[in-house]
Write a protein of this length. Structure first.
Length: 129
């Protein structure tokens, strides 16, 4: 009888050891899966951050394009709003430098003479009055 209970206890202990090993192996598998899941989550967070940056860049580009389009349409609208503005004719012909200098000198002499005559005219008018 004494041998029987020793054998039973040995069998129970071996069963308990077997169950402990099974639990440890399952725990190791769960730890590995948790590590893998954390890695996947970190990758997803990185990907999400990259996508958010790309989205911001894309929105900035779209805004710039919209602003440029609005500025272009504003300039076109301003031109269309005032269609009666005259456009000057292009000058045709060959002007020689010497003639241009003469014209310029005449204009300067006329403007300087009018500046001189104005004060003299005022003095004469004051004298006569």
């Amino acid at each position: 009888m004494q041998d029987d209970w020793k054998v039973e206890i040995d069998e129970m202990l071996s069963a308990i050891r077997y169950k402990e090993e099974e639990l440890r192996s399952k725990e190791a598998v769960l730890d590995d899966k948790q590590r893998e899941q954390k890695l996947v989550e970190e990758r997803l967070k990185q990907r999400e951050a990259e996508l958010a940056e790309r989205e911001i860049d894309l929105l900035q580009r779209e805004l710039n394009v919209m602003i440029l389009q609005q500025q272009g349409t504003a300039a076109a609208a301003a031109a269309a709003a005032n269609p009666n503005t005259p456009t000057p004719k292009k000058r045709k012909g060959n002007f020689k430098r010497s003639r241009l200098k003469l014209l310029k000198n005449k204009e300067q002499s006329q403007s300087s003479s009018s500046m001189i005559s104005a004060p003299l005219g005022k003095k004469i008018l004051e004298f006569l009055a």
